[in-house]
Write a protein that binds this ligand. Sequence first.
Ligand code: ADP
Ligand code: ASP
Ligand code: MG
Length: 464
Amino acid sequence: MDHNILVLKFGGTSVKDISAMRKAAELSLSHDFDQVLVVSSAVSGVTNKLLSIAEQLKNGKYSIEQEVQEIFDLHLAMGRELQYADEGLKQLSGLLDDLKKHIEKVIDSKTMSPAQYAKFPAFGELLSTTLLTHVIREKEKSAEWFDVRTVMKTDNQFLKAQPNFELIEKKTSEVLLPLLKEKGIIITQGFLGSTVKNKTTLLGRGGSDYSASILGAALMAAQIEIWTDVDGLMTTDPRIEPQARTISDITYEEASELAYFGAKVLHPFTLLPSRMKGIPVLIRNTKNSSHPGTRIHVRVEDDQYKGAKAIAFKKNITTINIVSSRMLMAYGFLHKVFKIFADHKTAVDLVATSEVSISMTIDDNSNIEAICNDLREIGKVSITQGQAIISIVGTGIRNLSGTAAKVFSAIRDININMISQGSNQTNLSFIINSENVDKAVQRLHKDLIELNPEFNKQDSVLCV
Ligand code: ADP
Ligand code: ASP
Ligand code: MG
């Protein structure tokens, strides 16, 4: 590594109040690296409140006072708890005034552009990082707040912006790296970006993980740590299955599949930038900081684990089915279909084809009408909403025969609407109705993971 830099990301619950922030500060100051970049989410629950305000205003509803007041009260109460409260409160009041002015402007103009919409949730991270900087300054005076929009350059899809990696790398080495070297510790916002014209953009819900990885890659950091509310990446969501256990070591390939197919602990694109630069990513629990968590890296040494490592799921999936006799023996048909999705900037997750039909799943319905209109030009289209993808993930699936048989036997009474196995054989995914997800995940976890003799081995890749 060029630089001995650590990037730490704290999620909403890790900065939910001043005592959580003091814990985050302690973690940010106790490490063996030369410099540390701290990336933070908004205080838990604040993004949802800000989005609700934006949504109401967009729909011409102006009874938002209570929610606005709650945001003011929450941050100002936290500000008053700071050791040196005056400066912190002054900055918080400045930001809250800006929020008020933004609301007034939107109400006056009676319309809201996507750019104006994106500015609402952005206040969450601006406020939380202001507080966190002051908390860290209680212990380390050189800690400095940094506006990530200076370097996190994106396109102008305001709510789900795509980072411009080249420009981000350039700006990071020109502005952020020298500042980091000078100060030793910088605190900045996850989730936010900005267009070339400096308009605020967002990286999509849960985007702070992605921010940490993008910045870590641009800085050529030695390590990226994602601090959250569970003991790492687990065999499934512990909220659904309490028997879920932490996976101590996992490859980028497996972790990326899990993130992409719904493991909420990581934003789906988090591992892209870190993987390109080979930077290890750790997932740790702020509330249980002595637990080693999960280490994601290029290759797990001696990974002989046989069978599935984890189960992910994603709800609110739509399946689109196209039947066309023109597909029969025709080349270029799939190209036409996927071009339509690309033109509408919508990603397809799973695909299954037969001689005359093609089924696909998407998790973003924003452009579904336009997509279906275009698809109708080439075939008969039907859509089904309220579906879920379940993905069984692990490179060890290919080392163990009978995984598919176990899967289908565990859920034999649940209707499977579509099946897809990745060609790398590290992912077996299928579609069921959303209401069956919990039941299916629990049974699959038991049969494929808990009952796997390797799960309980001392030297297995899993640890409690
Ligand atoms: P943060 O606010 O720290 O970003 P998130 O709520 O976005 O935290 O992500 C953490 C949550 O992800 C956990 O509380 C857990 O319920 C959920 N989760 C889903 N799948 C997994 C998994 N495979 N391993 C760990 N956590 C998971
Ligand atoms: N605060 C943003 C959200 O709630 C980003 C994040 O937490 O990662 O989506
Ligand atoms: Mg998150």
